[in-house]
Each structure stands twice: as structure tokens, then as C-alpha cells.
Design a binder for this molecule. Structure first.
Ligand code: NDP
Length: 267
């Protein structure tokens, strides 16, 4: 990039999971504005109508570069077929002129926060949560790295959307905290194994999304539930746009330590 150009992510292939709503949808919008002509976005989630509405919005947006390709993949990332269809769409959208692969592992679920640790006796229930929230991001990332191996002139960036819950225990959030902690270590291992990659675990802060509605209405622990309700009532939740702009700043500056956990409030 020359010093007179505004910062950009290059001619990029951006793969974003959970792009149908909330933070992932905002990430798709923001990325579409800072990629160069000849770039493509691959947007994955289960809600096809929402993805297609976003696709139409981005295709008609003046802020996006001319000819931006936007592909929707209606997929459950918790299933192998879902990962296969994301990789298929990414291969189709890729062109040899691209110089940056960006994967944003954003899709996640809160799990059942209405119960405490000692109620989780069913291995199948726990396995199912971890499969969707941990295994899927490991396997999708590994598949993307295999599909687009390192070569001269190609940058590769992997984002893990993480949470304070990766670092701090929250009562009645055993599944979510466990999943976020595991994911973060997974991406630290990746950063250590592959120094050519740029790996960012970005913690977006409390966001005004559907996940927060569940947090403030279903959390079993009364103090934690009240904390979330108060944050909402006092207007302390962040908009996805405000948080995403911090993440984009990190990606555009590209000076973060690979594998590090970086919180929105530290940017
Ligand atoms: P939302 O619940 O609003 O959105 C979650 C997204 O993930 C949706 O697009 C949903 O799409 C997708 N998703 C869920 N399950 C699947 C699945 N099985 N297959 C494919 N896609 C799936 O969450 P947020 O936007 O709030 O959260 C985004 C990220 O930010 C998550 O990683 C979350 O943990 C993290 N985070 C959120 C915070 C918050 O306060 N909201 C705080 C800290 C971190 P669909 O249903 O269409 O499949």
C-alpha cells in the first residue's frame, strides 16, 4: 500500500461465519468497504434470507469496490457438510490475483445459561455445544489453511471472535466460558505453529445483539443477569459498528501480536 492510499486489506477473499446478523453482519459490511477491487466475501450462516438481504445490500453499496463478489453459503458450521460448502464457495470465489485470505470465526452460541455446572450430566449435550463452538472453528480454519496454502505474496489472517469469558469465569455460563477459553488456546497454538499467519483473538465487548437478549433474560445467576439488564437499561452496550471499527483498525494497522487476545476497550 502506498503512503497516499487510504488503508485497505488488499485484494482479499474474506470468509465470515455468522454473517446473517449481529457482529458478523457488521464485519461483512465494514470489510466490504476496505477491500480492493477484485475482492470477494463469502458469508456463512443458517439464515439464508438474511444472508441474501445482506448480499443485495453490499452489491448495491457505493462504499464497496466495483465488482465485489459476495457469495452466500447457507450452512450449519456445526456439521461437516456446512464446512465443506463454505470451502467450496471460497475456492469458487478465489482468484489468483488475490493477495489476502481473511477468515473470521465469528459464529457462536451462548449455550444454555439457565442452568449451573452441576446440571450438565449429559455428555451428548456438552459434546454438541463444543462441536459447534470449538471443533467447528478448528476444522474450518484448518480446511481454509489447506485450501489456500502459504505462498509468496499471499497474506493470511485468521480472526477468532472471543470474549472476556475466555479469561474470566461467569457463573451459569460454563459451556460458553469453556468454549471461548478452548478456542483461544487453539488459536494461540496456531499462531505459534505458523509464524507467517496473522492470528487475532478479538474480544468485541458487550454488544447490543440477539445474544445479549438471551444473556439478560435467561442467565441463571441473578447478579450476572442483573449486570446484563443494567448495562442494557443504562445504554452501556456497544453497537456492533463501534466495536467492529476497533477490530478493523487492528486489522488495517496489522501490528498486533499474532495469537494475542485484544479487547475492544484496549484498542
Ligand atoms: P448473535 O447470536 O447475534 O449472532 C450469531 C451468529 O452466528 C448469527 O449470524 C448466526 O446465524 C450464527 N450461527 C449461530 N449458530 C450457527 C450455526 N450452527 N451455523 C452457522 N452459523 C451459526 O451473536 P453476536 O453477533 O452477539 O455474537 C457474535 C460473536 O461475538 C460470537 O462469537 C460471540 O460469542 C461474540 N461475543 C458477543 C458478545 C455480545 O455481547 N453479543 C460479547 C462478546 C463476544 P444463523 O442463526 O443464521 O445461523
Amino acid at each position: 500500500m502506498s503512503s497516499t492510499e487510504s488503508p485497505h486489506l488488499g485484494r482479499a477473499l474474506c470468509i465470515i461465519t455468522g454473517a446473517s446478523r449481529g457482529f458478523g453482519r457488521t464485519v461483512a459490511r465494514e470489510m466490504s468497504r476496505v477491500v480492493q477491487p477484485g475482492s470477494a466475501l463469502v458469508l456463512a450462516a443458517r439464515s439464508g434470507d438474511d444472508l441474501r438481504a445482506l448480499q443485495a445490500e453490499l452489491a448495491g453499496s457505493e462504499a464497496a469496490p466495483a465488482g465485489l463478489v459476495v457469495e452466500c453459503v447457507v450452512a450449519n458450521v456445526g456439521e461437516t457438510e456446512g464446512l465443506e460448502s463454505i470451502i467450496r464457495a471460497a475456492r469458487d470465489a478465489f482468484s489468483q490475483e488475490m493477495d489476502h485470505i481473511i477468515l473470521v470465526n465469528n459464529a457462536a452460541t451462548l449455550g444454555d445459561v439457565s442452568r449451573y455446572f452441576n446440571s450438565f450430566t449429559d455428555m451428548a449435550e456438552v459434546d454438541s455445544y463444543l462441536s459447534l463452538n470449538v471443533s467447528s472453528s478448528l476444522c474450518l480454519t484448518a480446511r481454509v489453511l489447506q485450501a489456500f496454502p502459504q505462498r509468496t505474496g499471499l497474506r493470511r489472517t485468521v480472526v477468532n471472535v472471543t470474549s472476556l469469558c475466555a479469561l474470566e469465569p461467569f457463573c451459569s455460563w460454563v459451556l460458553y466460558c469453556t468454549g471461548k477459553a478452548a478456542r483461544e488456546m487453539m488459536f494461540r497454538v496456531l499462531a505459534k505453529e505458523e509464524p507467517d499467519l496473522r492470528v487475532l483473538s478479538y474480544s468485541p465487548g458487550p454488544l447490543d445483539t440477539a445474544m445479549q437478549v438471551v444473556a439478560r433474560s435467561e442467565t441463571a445467576h441473578p447478579n450476572l443477569r442483573k449486570t446484563f439488564s443494567d448495562m442494557f437499561a443504562q445504554g452501556k452496550l456497544l453497537t456492533c459498528e463501534a466495536s467492529c471499527s476497533k477490530m478493523m483498525k487492528l486489522l488495517l494497522e496489522d501490528s498486533f501480536t499474532s495469537g494475542a487476545h485484544i479487547d475492544v476497550y484496549d484498542v
